[in-house]
Design a protein. Sequence first.
Length: 66
Amino acid sequence: MKICVTAAKTILKHLGKPRRSKYEKENYLRIDFSKAGKVTIYAEYPKSMGLKGRKLGEWPDLTYSP
């Protein structure tokens, strides 16, 4: 994960964008990388499932966000 964060920070700095998301559709996850190196993990479900997505936590400590 640390390598991914370093790569994301470098790419975002080059692009001049504040953040970037990566969707992992198989497991319904969205991983949000910020320029500052903050990584936030969200649950993202298709609308057809009728479930609301929510924040799961942050890397590196993966603190749980109820």
